[in-house]
Design a protein around this ligand. Structure first.
Ligand code: BGC
Length: 826
């Protein structure tokens, strides 16, 4: 049964599809507030929690409220989880986590242990459907894809059942996909990565965590850190792009945003547990088809696919998700090599691994497990501690342990990891979420401001002939043409989480809000996003909407609107549900009849500004050729219209840089800047270039223009050679020679000319600086590299820094810059 069918059967919808209307939410909130009002009029939140706690205590007699302290309020108490009237070690918040875990493990039956290794999906009426299992301690976690999760009421109900009515009172942990925002949906991760500011991820994920936690979520299945080199693969939208070094910085920053930066901060009420996914190699799916096989050499795995995961683990990520794909002959969810030898053995990851949705059960489909018992055995012994949704663990583990097929110690170890994270998250000491917070937590002014800033900053200016952009303040008539011009809901991208259509600012609205009186904006759809009455995902109904095919005169009407305007902005792209999970494409152009629309409008001879909304690099050489200006705006989130308008009208200068290569045609992919040199590099015969089209990219990694112009001086090195362990500084004079202020993203690339354990890429990003300069201003830009930055992994995971010749560029992108050379001495 497919995921969608399963969800339908259970009466719920996938996370990326479902939204509740604000009216329903308001209703639920008002019920909560009414109850609260009845209880007491002027309670503070802390006081309210205390009140709830003590009133529960009266009912159940398991809640013991300790001395209150302004910072900790009810968290000073303890809960008699096993209802024996004593404060046992595992119930005592003052004891170290390891002691609490040991104490609890000793008290657990085999069935209770196995219960900790299973996550179920929330579905409809989970408190009724799962009550019996919860009381028996057979469920560790809920995965929520349902609309209910905009309020924590149901989550608390489930928690009350398990805490108060199960033997040991082990709390559940509630997980949900919060990928690029919760109610405040930010630009897709690929867009945010183009800002080249890992700190932005920390800021956006801090807000995503705050909103999600207010809705009762403890754990997010993010960040998605899969390296992707193939834009056919729709999940390229969810990650950071094709560079492992930059991706590692973004991964670590995202983890800090979700989990907090202070030690123990994860237990704070505004933070959620992060989950690094999809471990590992998922982004290399053959043919760009989601879930497809991957073949990745150990050398490439170590140097390109693993570093982002390692960075997230080093930043303290408490969980990791095992991927769906086969990885070089073994499903990633049964790979002891990656899950245990590398993750635990080499990196000392202390948390737990959850499978992707049904991935343990799918070991049978992969053809490596003969039956569900074998699947469970393979998954668990490889290192998958918790099974998501499929039921091989609850169905078979107990029997297999009793039959001696799986050592009890393996089960104990997995349970220990799960309990450790639950203790660290503070669930045993404060299992309930404050039900009032979500009334005010969403779409706060700081969240909206950041969403607008992120939408603007992640725009990448791809072309700007004759200073077409920014739109001149003298313009009196603007034509806004294209199916994305006034379509708000497409802007939130594939993981829209809990966005509501009414929260989203379309580009037409963003522009309208900016126009002074007397300036006319005319909007013409021109054509449908997709044709032939095909369906695309609708945010507010959870279902699909039938797209209205392009009407007979629509293209002609748009041409007429363009003809009458002083400035023509075309808003083109691909539907949001063509990227994200199961969003693979076999072509990379505009969807539907948009190319025809573009050709018709440009045939008027008017300079056309194109804004692109899409979740992947598109192959659009015709747009590059014929448009006067091209602005890549990705799926920019709820404030997309405002942020993109800020850039179009020059209130914010475009500063984004691509983190994925844009191909000229789909035939060029997979395509990435940091490839190996091969034995036959270059152009000409017998060099492996294409006979029927360009071999070069449409836009290279690192590319992006500004509204001003920067000149790069000559690179100067402070020494021609460096000793192992030493440092080297490279300088360059950067000058703003244009007429506007602007920020340049100066990039540092290196190349090691020989690697004894394997070839080194033709270029590797090793640094960047964002330099704001006024017109006429210049500045010395310096990068200091230590020889350790020049290393790479051998197939055993050793970091090698080798003597020899190196090249270096300080450049505006991966395809330009003047070469300098240096040596690392023996
Ligand atoms: C996706 C994961 C996601 C999980 C839970 C899976 O289908 O591959 O990325 O976290 O569902 O929703």
């Amino acid at each position: 049964m497919s995921r969608e069918e399963r969800e339908e059967n259970e009466g719920w919808n996938s996370p990326s599809q479902t939204l509740r209307s604000s009216r329903e939410i308001g209703f639920e909130f008002s019920l909560v507030s009414l109850q609260i009002l009845r209880m007491k009029h002027s309670l503070t939140v802390a006081g309210l929690l205390l009140f709830v706690f003590t009133s529960l205590a009266a009912d159940t007699n398991i809640y013991h409220v300790g001395p209150s302290s302004p910072s900790a309020s009810t968290r000073q108490g303890w809960i008699d989880l096993n209802k024996n009237g004593k404060k046992d070690t595992y119930e005592d918040p003052s004891r170290p986590v390891a002691s609490r875990v040991n104490d609890l493990l000793k008290r657990m039956t085999l069935d209770e242990k196995i219960g900790q290794l299973w996550q179920v999906n929330y579905g409809k009426d989970p408190d009724k459907r799962f009550a019996a299992k919860l009381k028996r301690g057979e469920i560790s976690s809920f995965l929520d894809g349902s609309a209910l999760i905009e309020s924590p009421v149901m989550r608390n109900k489930l928690q009350h059942i398990t805490v108060e009515q199960s033997r040991l009172g082990i709390p559940v942990i509630l997980g949900h996909d919060v990928i690029h925002g919760f109610r405040t949906v930010f630009p897709i991760s690929l867009a945010q990565a183009c800002v080249w500011e890992p700190d932005l991820f920390q800021r956006t994920q801090t807000i995503a965590a705050r909103e999600a936690a207010a809705a009762g979520i403890d754990w997010t299945f993010a960040p998605m850190v899969d390296l992707a080199r193939d834009p056919r693969w729709g999940r390229i939208a969810e990650g950071f792009g094709e560079d492992p070094w930059l991706g590692a910085l973004d991964a670590a920053a995202s983890v800090r945003g979700f989990q907090g930066i202070t030690p123990g901060g994860i237990a704070g009420p505004d933070h959620v547990v992060a989950c690094m996914k999809h471990y590992v190699g998922y982004g290399a799916a053959e043919g760009g088809r989601d879930y497809n096989t991957t073949e990745i050499s150990e050398f490439t795995l170590r140097n390109f696919y693993l570093p982002q995961f390692k960075a997230g683990v080093d930043a303290g990520a408490w969980t990791v998700m095992s991927a769906f794909n086969e990885l070089s002959g073994m499903p990633a969810s049964a790979s002891r090599h990656t899950l245990t030898e590398i993750l635990r053995g080499e990196w000392h990851f202390p948390g737990y691994v959850i499978s992707d949705w049904g991935a343990v059960g799918e070991l049978v489909d992969h053809g490596v497990a003969a039956d569900t018992a074998a699947a469970a055995r393979q998954g668990l012994t490889a290192g998958v501690d918790m099974e998501m949704v499929s039921t091989t663990y609850p169905d078979t583990l107990a029997q297999q342990v009793k039959a001696g097929k799986i050592p009890l110690a393996v089960v104990d170890e997995a349970v220990r990891r799960v309990l450790t994270v639950k203790f660290e998250k503070g669930l045993f000491d404060h299992p309930y979420t404050d039900e009032t917070r979500c009334q005010t937590a969403f779409l706060q002014p700081d969240a909206i401001a950041l969403a607008r800033e992120a939408a603007a900053e992640s725009c990448v200016l791809l072309k700007n002939e004759n200073g077409t952009l920014p739109v001149s303040r003298e313009t009196k008539k603007i034509a806004l043409i294209g199916p994305f011009a006034d379509d708000a809901e497409e802007l939130v991208g594939p993981w829209s989480s809990r966005a509501h259509v009414s929260d989203i600012v379309s580009l037409a609205d963003g522009i309208r809000a900016k126009l002074p009186a007397g300036v006319q904006l005319t909007v013409a759809r021109g054509c449908a996003i997709i044709e032939n009455g095909k369906a695309r995902r609708h945010l507010d109904t959870s279902g699909k909407i039938r797209e209205q095919p392009t009407g007979t005169n629509e293209i002609a009407d748009a041409v007429a609107v363009a003809g009458a305007a002083d400035a023509v902005v075309m808003v083109l792209g691909e539907p949001r549900d063509w990227s994200g999970e199961d969003g693979s494409r076999s072509t990379l152009g505009l969807s539907g009849r948009q190319q025809e629309l573009f050709d018709a409008v440009t045939a008027t001879g008017k300079p056309v500004i194109v804004v692109l909304f899409n979740g992947r690099p598109l192959a659009v050489p015709e747009i590059q050729k014929k448009a006067a200006a091209v602005l890549e705006a990705w799926f920019p989130g709820v404030q997309g219209g405002n942020g993109v308008a800020d850039v179009l009208f020059g209130d914010i200068d475009p500063a984004g840089r691509l983190t994925t290569t844009f191909p000229n045609s789909v035939g060029q992919v997979p395509f990435y800047y940091n490839h190996f040199n091969t034995g036959r590099p270059g152009t000409g015969d017998y060099k492996g270039n294409y006979a029927d089209g360009p071999t070069a990219p449409l836009y290279p990694f690192g590319y992006g223009l500004t509204y001003t112009k920067f000149d790069y001086g000559k690179v100067r090195l402070d020494a021609p050679a460096v000793k192992p362990g030493g440092t080297l500084t490279a300088h360059l004079l950067l000058a703003n020679v244009g007429s506007r202020a602007g920020t340049e993203t100066v990039q540092l690339y290196i190349r090691a000319l020989a690697g004894s354990a394997g070839p080194r890429p033709v270029r590797e990003l090793k640094g960047f600086r964002k330099i704001p300069l006024q017109p006429g201003e210049s500045r010395d830009v310096a990068f200091t590299l230590s020889t350790n930055d020049l290393g790479y992994y051998d197939t055993k995971g050793n970091w090698l820094v080798e003597p020899g010749k190196y090249q270096l560029w300080i450049a505006k992108d991966s395809a330009s810059g003047e070469l300098a050379e240096f040596e690392v001495q023996k």
